[in-house]
Design a protein around this ligand. Structure first.
Ligand SMILES: Nc1ccn([C@H]2C[C@H](O)[C@@H](COP(=O)(O)OP(=O)(O)OP(=O)(O)O)O2)c(=O)n1
Length: 281
């Protein structure tokens, strides 16, 4: 098995139309550089649908930890005596883009190619419509395969890769994507929730502290009042006792002196009466 060089590749294109549309400037280092076509699917797509790229909407952003399905613009037509190998350009792979979907194209395959990629890097990887990202190398087989032996309609993808098949989207949509990035995001989200709860708890504790202090103040004030009232009663009682004693003393003094004065008053009045009657006589 030998790989085709640039001249052989161009010649094969002339003879068998192996790439459509073909641009001779895209033949580089013995490979043809296939470009990104108009259909992509991103696992973090909001509506869970295929995104259609156009000259007005050329860009696709593959976020860290996300999968993407990328359909090539070109169709490839692999002759029965050839096999092809596909990859992604190192400039994208070095950013963290991983080619998940295998690396060969069977003899007899005639369709677009669908790349399944994963962004294992820390930052968003941006791809653009019509830009060359996918090199393809053609190699000779030692023999030409028959139609039966080559890629044919018994194969799953035979002539079905001109669009992104919804069955691949369905499988990627199932369940949550447990990428390291998604896990880190979950951890951060959990951390934020715990922090928020902790802050709320602290605020509540502060409020409770104030309430407790106010409550202690009120209880203290009530106790002080009770103690004061209790001593006031004692003081009043003593004062009352003293006043009663004093009144009693006065009363006894008055009672002692009252009869005498009454007698004197009586005598005086009797005497005055007598004197008066004498004078009258
Ligand atoms: N990134 C890729 C890799 C391969 N293919 C195409 C070219 C292959 O010839 C074809 C089939 O590839 P496989 O033999 O690896 O796939 P399966 O065995 O799963 O399916 P099939 O029954 O179609 O062979 O898919 C593709 O479109 N995109």
């Amino acid at each position: 098995m030998s790989f085709l060089g640039v001249k052989q590749l161009n010649a094969l294109q002339q003879k068998k139309n192996i790439i459509t549309p073909f641009n001779s400037k895209r033949v580089k280092n013995g490979a043809y550089e296939l470009s990104l076509g108009g259909e992509v699917y991103l696992t973090d797509s909001k509506d869970g649908k295929v995104e259609y790229l156009s000259p007005e909407n050329r860009q696709v952003d593959i976020n860290p930890g996300q999968f993407a399905l990328l359909l090539t613009k070109e169709t490839v037509n692999i002759p029965n005596d050839k096999i092809a190998f596909i990859s992604i350009k190192a400039s994208e792979k070095l950013k963290g883009l991983v080619n998940v979907s295998g690396f060969h194209v069977d003899p007899g395959y005639h369709d677009n190619l669908l790349f399944s990629v994963y962004n294992a890097g820390p930052s968003c990887i941006v791809l653009n419509l019509d830009e060359p990202y996918f090199p393809i190398w053609f190699a000779d087989l030692n023999e030409e395969l028959t139609e039966e032996e080559a890629y044919n309609n018994n194969n799953v993808h035979f002539k079905k890769m001109d669009h992104i098949n919804p069955k691949y989207i369905e499988s990627l949509k199932r369940g949550e994507l447990t990428s390291p990035k998604a896990i880190v995001d979950k951890i951060k989200e959990g951390e934020n929730q715990v922090n928020e709860k902790f802050i709320r708890l602290e605020e509540k504790t502060d409020r409770n502290d104030w309430l407790l202090k106010i409550l202690i103040g009120i209880v203290f004030a009530i106790c002080l009042k009770l103690i004061w009232d209790w001593s006031a009663f004692d003081r009043g009682f003593e004062q009352g006792k003293k006043s009663e004693k004093f009144i009693n003393e006065i009363q006894s003094e008055v009672l002692k002196t009252l009869p005498d004065s009454v007698v004197v008053y009586k005598i005086d009045s009797i005497l005055a009466e007598r004197n008066g009657t004498k004078k009258a006589k």
